[in-house]
Design a binder for this molecule. Structure first.
Ligand code: ADP
Length: 581
């Protein structure tokens, strides 16, 4: 189950990242799209406005010329003379002079009546036929070599001064150079709807809807009427509409984005329309978005990969940690087993030694019986003259007795059953043992003790505890012997038992004797270990102490510094005395 969870976690994480990433990409895409379309519309409108402003200043220069002409005395004189006499020579001379100077951009200039009929004028490119309603400031006219825009201004007495503007030339100067993507274009319309310029040249001079209707009656013009409707107001605007690419041989369907702005001239206006291919805009946009999407997707894949790597690394790390912990624990367990094994072997060796020495001691004890008996008998039977023989018999007897005592000690250690224990007043038992030890101490050794163990009881053997005290004191006397101010201090008190109920009696035997090297300390509780000369020590004293103390469920430990002294610490669990016993 654990393994399953560990596989699903990164999978869920990757799914969450993917879903979140997709949502993010979609939101960014929609946001970018609407923003880009808005930007594009704004750009297109700026373009239309700029073309309209070009057109205004282009046609504005004609109006300025009109003001100059109107103010000219030659023109006024010529006009007055023409009106008075019908002779247009003077007027024509003036107009011709003007036309010669401006022939680059003025096709013809003339004086007309209110309905646009020419009264007198140059006739370099005419004749012209008005397409839109005459009498306004701007009239679209058809000349022999193309479309012309008649721009005029009233000069009084119902007359108008009129310049003919070559539409193709005007378009070249103001809007033809503007490029809008691959298929976009700018085109001009008269306020009345007549198209002035168009990529399909045959549409020029016809109403916006008239051209397509006439040339492609079988084709649906889409939402073109909508554009016409919007533009009629003469206000600027933006429109997305379905239409066709009319400049193609067989016009294909199109979705166009048109921004239109009016160029106001006098009391009339021309509508400038900038047309862009909506699909082209979207394609460009989609390409950009696709790029962003690809980058984001790559980033997401990288993120997923990193997450997966991180997860694997964390998993690997915890696996290695688990293995390390396992190996450490295994090592500790093996080490503990080895220690226990060693201890067990040690105890087994001790047990074998104990059994052997017990057996040997028993045999030796038996052998000593006749030696002691006969040496005593010999001592009794010798005559007073045989004093030397008597001494020898006594020597044998006391040596055998000493040997018997050693054998008794060995037997004590070896014996598993030490007899019945009884409740003992610890202060009394240890106190009387200390008194006994004190009576045997060398004179130069100072000995003192203090026991704070009122009403403190143990279950044990008074003889064995006495032996413990005597052995520890004897060792201390040996250690301080010959040293200046040698002392032995014994102290006893109670402390609470660690980790369990009850109390423990603690005794410390502190001396300032020879102390011990660490390697000696390690072995002092081994039977027969002694640093004393042969005949001075048996190496059994501390072994007996440890055996007795452990038998009383206590512990004995030692701290020692060579040359400074030793402290032996005994701890014995105390009992609650049963009332009335
Ligand atoms: P023995 O006294 O017969 O040598 P023990 O078992 O009583 O045997 O002591 C073992 C050894 O421990 C001693 O030979 C001695 O080196 C050391 N020892 C015991 N008690 C002391 C002590 N208080 N100060 C220094 N060494 C000690």
């Amino acid at each position: 189950m654990k393994k399953r969870g560990s596989i699903w976690l990164p999978v869920i994480w990757v799914c969450v990242v993917l879903v979140a990433g997709s949502l993010l990409v979609t939101t960014i895409y929609l946001d970018l799209r609407s923003q880009s379309v808005e930007n594009r519309e704004e750009q297109l409108l700026v373009l239309a406005r700029s073309a309209a402003s070009n057109l205004e200043s282009y046609l504005g220069s004609y109006q300025k010329d009109f003001s100059v002409i109107r103010a000219s005395s030659d023109f006024r004189e010529g006009t007055d003379h023409f009106l008075a006499t019908g002779d247009d020579t003077l007027l024509l001379r003036y107009l011709d002079t003007y036309n010669t100077a401006t022939e680059d951009y003025v096709a013809d200039i003339s004086l007309t009546d209110g309905e646009g009929r020419v009264l007198a004028g140059t006739n370099r490119h005419g004749p012209y036929e008005a397409i839109t309603r005459p009498g306004k400031d701007l009239v679209v006219s058809r000349g022999p070599d193309g479309l012309y825009l008649a721009i005029s201004t009233p000069v009084g007495e119902g007359l108008r001064l009129q310049s003919m503007v070559d539409v193709a030339y005007m378009y070249q100067s103001t809007g033809a150079f503007m490029t809008i993507g691959k298929r976009g274009y700018v085109f001009y319309q008269h306020s009345g709807g007549v198209v002035l310029t168009h990529p399909r040249e045959s549409f020029a001079g016809q109403e916006l809807l008239e051209g397509p209707g006439r040339e492609f009656p079988e084709l649906d013009p889409g939402e073109l009427p909508l554009l016409r409707g919007h533009q009629q107001s003469g206000e600027e605007g933006i429109l997305r509409y379905r239409s066709r690419w009319w400049d193609e041989e067989e016009p294909g369907e199109a979705v166009k984005l048109a921004a239109y702005a009016p160029a106001r001239i006098g009391d009339d206006f021309l509508m400038v329309t900038a047309v862009a291919d909506h699909r082209e805009i979207m394609e460009l946009l989609n390409r950009g978005i696709l790029l962003i999407g690809a980058v984001l997707s790559l980033m997401m894949v990288a993120l997923c990969f990193l997450t997966f790597q991180l997860y694997t690394a964390i998993g690997e790390k915890s696996r290695v940690e688990r293995e390390n912990t396992y190996l450490r624990e295994l090592n500790e367990a093996l080490e503990e087993m080895r220690r226990r094994e060693e201890k067990l072997q040690h105890f087994q060796r001790l047990e074998i030694i104990g059994t052997l020495t017990g057996g040997i001691a028993h045999e030796l004890g038996n052998l000593l019986v006749p030696i002691m008996a006969y040496s005593a008998l010999m001592a009794d039977q010798v005559s007073p003259q045989q004093e030397e023989l008597y001494d020898e018999a006594q020597e044998i007897y006391s040596a055998a007795r000493k040997a018997k005592e050693v054998i008794q000690q060995i037997t004590d250690i070896s014996r598993k059953d030490r007899g019945a224990f009884q409740e003992l007043d610890l202060s009394l038992t240890v106190g009387s043992a200390l008194k006994m030890a004190c009576s045997a101490k060398p004179r130069e050794v100072e000995m003192e003790w203090s026991l704070t163990l009122e009403d403190c009881w143990v279950l044990g053997s008074a003889t064995q505890l006495c032996q413990v005290v005597l052995n520890l004191c004897t060792n201390a006397f040996h250690a301080v012997a010959g040293r200046e101010n040698g002392f032995l201090r014994v102290e006893g008190h109670l402390r609470p038992a660690l980790g369990e109920e009850g109390e423990v009696a603690v005794f410390t035997f502190t001396d300032n004797g020879t102390g011990m090297e660490p390697q000696v300390q390690e072995r002092i509780f081994d039977p027969f270990f002694t640093t004393k000369r042969t005949g001075e020590g048996t190496g059994l004293g501390l072994s007996i102490v440890q055996s007795i103390v452990e038998n009383h469920r206590g512990t004995v430990t030692v701290e020692s510094r060579p040359g400074e002294g030793s402290i032996f610490t005994l701890e014995l669990p105390v009992i609650k005395k049963v009332a009335g016993v």
